[in-house]
Design a binder for this molecule. Structure first.
Ligand SMILES: CC(C)(COP(=O)(O)OP(=O)(O)OC[C@H]1O[C@@H](n2cnc3c(N)ncnc32)[C@H](O)[C@@H]1OP(=O)(O)O)[C@@H](O)C(=O)NCCC(=O)NCCS
Length: 335
């Protein structure tokens, strides 16, 4: 088994790598709706100053049978690496996964990193699952578990109205809610980035220690450009403090262009000074309403929450989200 760096500008290699990743992620997961090759290529080819990405392929003879991705954050969390390892189901148990993990460990050490994190999807009852055994065999330990939930759309307007009205008296007059398509306008970007940068430190993440992130308005705009080149729609509802004019809370949907039936729930965060006013529920209801009105083709929202994040989980359960699978994160020290 040989590993080779993937040239993200090689169309043929990228197409095969994409097929391998999709086959692996779709294995025993019939609900998987992958983004298209075209939108995936935009992401692979975008050079992000804040995070370097490299992809490695495992070759069995001439055939590309597995793909591993290494993300190296460059402006925060610079001792960490995030990784993803996917092997074509038809080619498993022949050492491709191991060859890829060994290559990533070597590369991460060369880059002076001290912690490696990998996550993957398994069924809710998955003690002793093969993917867990593979991670453990390579020296990783379970650090955190996100529970993946799906919400079937449309959610009944009566339910949304009930939750919205229950929340309203606690925030009305102090904040206003605004929904924006394709990102928030420039005058809100700085305060939105400050709130978004809290997500990594405020959301529970088990024993993985994150530093605050360092998203800037310039980089936020760059990510908006990437999403628009991908044909994706981003729907963001923010709570703006009436006195300061600052964003104090947000929630984001991303609508992939190649998977027209789903919406991904991205981050949701209420700044710690503004909690306890039911802004979380108010934002989620507003964003969902806009999603349902503007995008009736979307049949499902997919979200993941840490299993200890009872505040976010109870909002999601109230809205009708149901558990589908788990996303455990495993980490290992590279010392
Ligand atoms: C996990 C995954 C990457 C393994 O790839 P692979 O090429 O089959 O891995 P290897 O052949 O190198 O397996 C090495 C060892 O891991 C363990 N292992 C791997 N898959 C296993 C399974 N399904 N059940 C039990 N043990 C397993 C075994 O100890 C295996 O050694 P063995 O075959 O001599 O018993 C692959 O199943 C996959 O792509 N899964 C989906 C994505 C994922 O979970 N990625 C991250 C995992 S950390």
């Amino acid at each position: 088994m040989e590993t080779r760096l993937i040239d993200v500008h090689d169309d043929a290699v990228c197409a095969r790598a994409y097929d391998v990743i999709i086959a692996s992620k779709g294995h025993e997961r019939p609900w998987n709706e992958p983004p298209s090759l075209a939108e995936t290529l935009v992401e692979w080819r975008h050079v992000d100053e804040a995070e370097r990405m490299e992809m490695w392929a495992a070759h069995d003879g001439d055939e590309l049978v597995g793909v591993a991705t290494l993300w190296l954050p460059l402006s925060d969390n610079t001792t960490m690496t995030w990784t993803d390892v996917q092997v074509d189901p038809a080619h498993r148990r022949r050492g491709a996964g191991t060859a890829l993990v060994e290559r990533l460990l070597e590369r991460a050490r060369e880059e002076g990193r001290v912690t490696m994190v990998v996550d993957f999807l398994v069924p809710p009852e998955s003690d002793g699952h093969g993917y867990r055994r593979f991670a453990e065999r390579h020296g990783f330990h379970l650090s955190n578990t996100e529970i993946m939930r799906h919400l079937q759309l449309p959610v009944a307007e009566e339910l949304l109205a009930r939750h919205a009205e229950h929340a309203r008296p606690r925030w009305e007059g102090v904040y206003r809610l605004e929904t924006h398509v394709g990102g928030v306008p420039e005058h809100l970007q700085e305060s939105l980035c400050a709130v978004m940068n809290q997500l990594a430190v405020d959301a529970p993440t088990g024993d993985i220690e994150f530093e605050e992130e360092s998203l800037t308005p310039a980089r936020y705009r760059e990510y908006l450009d990437v999403a628009s080149a991908q044909g994706r729609v981003r729907l963001t509802t923010v709570a703006v403090h009436e006195d300061s004019g600052d964003v104090v809370a947000y929630t984001d949907f991303m609508l992939p262009s190649g998977a027209p039936g789903i919406a991904w729930q991205w981050g949701t965060l209420v700044h710690r000074d503004h909690r306890g006013r039911r802004l979380g529920m108010a934002l989620k209801v507003e964003n969902l309403r806009r999603l349902q009105v503007d995008h009736p083709e979307r049949q499902r929202v997919v979200t993941g929450n840490d299993d200890t994040n009872s505040w976010m989980v109870s909002i999601n359960e109230d809205l009708g989200f149901r558990i589908v699978e788990l996303c455990p994160a495993y980490q290992r020290s590279l010392a």
